[in-house]
Design a protein around this ligand. Structure first.
Ligand code: SAH
Ligand code: SF4
Length: 353
């Protein structure tokens, strides 16, 4: 009989782990069959794995659940964005967001329940950290959202960004495992060019990430144009100075097809002046990068305002002179699905009326 282990699930296991799970009582190829069913066929229930003998299926059923999340609630925005409140095995909930566009679809997944990094403009920060997500829980968000919307990860339309709740580089081991599972061409088969991780700037982990062979693309949440300003907005800067963060970016080993992304949340009258834009250009000059501007998505308890459209345009014009610079369209603000608005509880909707 297979041993049941608290919290252990099939989704999240690599082939070697499945082989260990089955042990000597089953032929080795069964592990590959399960892997194929989980990640290539993307079954939603163990009973769908028809290639397995009934006895093994029953043993798995008793000992090792699939571990896919269940939907607690889904919020549909008028712009097509869908926010999923997903329930995990221990009854905690996290959020995943689907953003369909004309030429591509993006699934934004969470890496932690809550976040320990105390950025002053972000709603998730108000939750604090509850726990890290497992690789299976990250992969499960993608599998669930893809299945429900008939999206195929092997299709070049689909992108995955780890920009939901949490600071992914404080959960690097699981983020890397999730990336391996998502991009394995014998499994889920997402292109490595279509998965991105965003970080508030955990310098040693950026260096570690750069040494990995299989890794997501990297986005850095810059959000300020001076050391002092960043320390106010993102207190993590006291531990990992902006200067050192930029140095880690400069020496980051990009792959031939890769650019670094810098995210910059514009806060009215705080970091959105033309002088800020010019300083940003100087900070990231000579890097192979692009800059994504995000006008603040406001929220209850967030002491900042969103800048006017003209301010955003002026900022963009200055940066664009030096490097590619895009303005991220706010998506799903009406359902609290936009960047920095993920805070899990259904009452969010009531708060914004
Ligand atoms: N913790 C990681 C990834 C999740 S946050 C990080 O900070 O990079 C994803 C993005 O949302 C970050 O670029 C962050 O700066 C941005 N963000 C946070 N709060 C926001 C808000 N209220 N409005 C707009 N963007 C926000
Ligand atoms: Fe955490 Fe990112 Fe929000 Fe900062 S912006 S609190 S790092 S989720």
């Amino acid at each position: 009989m297979l041993q049941s282990v608290e919290g252990r699930t099939l989704v999240g296991m690599e082939v070697a782990e499945l082989e260990t799970l089955l042990g000597k009582a089953h032929p080795r190829y069964r592990a590959r069959q399960i892997y194929d069913a989980l990640y290539r066929q993307q079954v939603a229930e163990l009973s769908e794995i028809s290639a397995l003998p009934k006895d093994l299926r029953n043993q798995l059923l008793i000992s090792t659940p699939l571990g896919l999340p269940t939907v607690e609630r889904r919020y549909d925005s008028k712009d097509g964005t869908r926010r999923y409140l997903l329930r995990l095995g221990d009854n905690r909930t996290v959020e995943a967001v689907l953003m369909p566009e004309e030429t591509r679809d993006t699934i934004c997944i969470s890496s932690q329940v809550g976040c320990p990094v105390d950025c002053k403009f972000c709603l998730t920060a108000l939750m604090g950290l509850e726990r890290n997500l497992t690789a299976g829980e990250m992969v499960g968000q993608v599998l669930h959202v893809a299945r429900e919307n008939a999206l195929r990860p092997t299709d070049s339309r689909l992108n995955v960004v780890m920009m939901g709740m949490g600071e992914p580089l404080l959960n690097l081991e699981n983020v890397l495992k999730a990336t391996r599972l998502l991009t394995d061409s014998t499994g889920i088969g997402l292109s490595p060019k279509r998965i991105t991780v965003s970080t508030s700037g955990i310098v040693p982990k950026i260096e570690e990430l750069g040494r990995m062979e299989i890794r997501p693309k990297l986005a850095i949440s810059l959000n300020a144009s001076t050391e002092e300003q960043r320390r106010e907005l993102m207190p993590i800067t006291r531990k990992y100075h902006l200067k050192d963060l930029l140095e880690a970016c400069r020496s980051y080993p990009l792959r031939p097809w890769e650019k670094l992304s810098f995210e910059y949340v514009l806060l009215k009258d705080v970091n959105d002046t033309d002088a800020d834009a010019r300083r940003v250009v100087k900070l990231v000059a000579h890097m192979n990068c692009k800059v994504n501007l995000i006008a603040l998505n406001p929220g209850p308890g967030i002491p900042f305002e969103s800048p006017d459209a003209e301010r955003v345009e002026s900022f963009q014009r200055i940066v664009r002179n030096a490097m590619p610079c895009f303005v991220r369209k706010p998506r799903g603000r009406d359902i609290f699905a936009a960047c920095g608005q993920l805070k899990r509880v259904a009452s969010d909707l009531i708060e914004i009326g």
